[in-house]
Design a protein around this ligand. Sequence first.
Ligand SMILES: [Zn+2]
Ligand SMILES: [Zn+2]
Length: 241
Amino acid sequence: MIRIPLILDAFLDIIYPRIYCILCGERLEKKALHGICNHCLESLPFIHPPRCAWCSKPVEGENAICQECRLYGHDYDQAVAVFEYSITMRELIHRYKYGREYSLSRTLGYFMRETLDKTAWNVDLIIPVPLHENRLKSRGFNQAALLAEYLSQRTGIPCRQDILIRRVDTKTQTSLSRHERTENLKDAFAIAGSGQDRIKDKHILLVDDVHTTGATADSCSKVLRQAGADKVYVLTIAAVL
Ligand SMILES: [Zn+2]
Ligand SMILES: [Zn+2]
């Protein structure tokens, strides 16, 4: 787990403000903590209201629930994503996740924090979607955990990475159908030993990078609820629409 760079990273905004736009490379006109120039900022695929009140994907009309949520439902209380999973976002997340550009957690975390501030959620504890230890070894870091730590540092809400664990090294979900995703994740997550005491009656914020069908978030939420969590909210960088 990369703990020390994380702590250093909290100070990077101050001691090492960004100079160039992370998307187009143009020099930033003024101090932009997220590291994106005004021109690129305008082109980012923010998801605007009206959104589904359950999964946050765009819908017609305020306070509506989208068809997928009506059909399948969710184990979480509410999920919100900052961006649509467009080509730009896919590339950016890819750079962060596989290109090991850890500092992009500051950019992505910045927008997640902004989105979190707009919710009415009263969060007690932040928990990232865990990686299996095999995946953690090969990737070197958990992309969700770095974002969860960023949010924790900026909001003061505690983050715990040792409560929710991934006990099955599930195969990649990319090519799987909704049903296959749910099957693939069956029993994948569990609560570690004494974790139950820490989440009982708590409002949990689950953090992940991409919300596709919500199968991962649902699977985690189910386990957290069974262990006594009162509410489970989900915040992701992007949602596949
Ligand atoms: Zn730019
Ligand atoms: Zn929905």
